[in-house]
Design a protein around this ligand. Structure first.
Ligand code: OGA
Ligand code: MN
Length: 221
């Protein structure tokens, strides 16, 4: 099936992942994944056409206190077009069968100079799995251990790639999108342009999960 290989047994594309140590890479195997070319250029263009109207002509914002995020617009959006529905189906295998992704995606539009500071998605509003599709610009997603900050992982997010965070990578590491001036993947400079991400999350356990999709974040300590 098209989403096969996204479950906990899956491995990241090694060319798209760097780790502070081989031990850490091993420990997070299956918990921090990145897949290049998850959607084609045609699908990417269609997805952008679907979500851009929802971003409207809204002004870009700054200094969202909890994610230390700057230069961004965002919306929560049900994907009702053909490309969006197909994408939702294809990311679903990344989620546990009983905890599927919410049908609406978090659409995050970051300016070239924007960043998402280190944070852990709120356990109150978000469940065990996060899957993000990157469009338009490449970027670097860095994870850093809350307990041992010298332990880090970096994922190269090319346009059309999908990443998945779960387990320790979701709960015990902060994640961030590096700002342009720090945007390197090892020796590789990754110049940041405007980037649009479609982020899928599931609900946290509990009978009546709160519904406040755009305030699901807690700051890094
Ligand atoms: C977030 C986040 C990462 C991304 O909005 O919580 O971590 O891929 N975004 O844009
Ligand atoms: Mn996040």
């Amino acid at each position: 099936s098209p989403g096969a290989g996204l479950g906990p047994e899956a491995e990241a594309d090694p060319a798209l992942l760097r780790a502070s140590s081989p031990e850490l890479a091993r420990r997070l195997r299956g918990q921090a994944l990145v897949r290049g070319g998850f959607v084609s250029e045609g699908e990417a263009a269609e997805l952008l056409r679907e979500v851009e109207p929802g971003l409207g002509r809204g002004r870009y914002q700054s200094d969202h206190w909890d994610r230390a995020i700057t230069g961004y617009r965002e919306t929560e959006r049900g994907l009702r077009g053909g490309a969006g529905r197909a994408l939702l189906l294809r990311v679903t295998p990344a989620f546990p069968p009983r905890r599927p992704p919410r049908p609406s995606a978090h659409v995050l539009d970051l300016l070239p100079g924007g960043r998402v500071g280190p944070h852990v998605d709120s356990v109150k509003f978000c469940g065990c799995t996060i899957a993000g599709l990157s469009l338009l610009s490449p970027s670097v997603l860095r994870l850093r251990s809350l307990r041992d900050p010298q332990d880090w992982l970096e994922l190269l997010l090319e346009p059309g790639s999908l990443y998945v965070l779960r387990g320790a990578a979701r709960y015990e590491f902060t994640h961030e999108i590096l700002p342009d001036e720090e945007s390197f993947f090892g020796g590789l400079r990754v110049p940041r342009g405007r980037r649009v991400a479609l982020i899928f999350r599931n609900d946290p356990p509990g009978e009546n999960p709160p519904k406040s999709p755009l305030e699901p974040f807690t700051p890094a300590p």
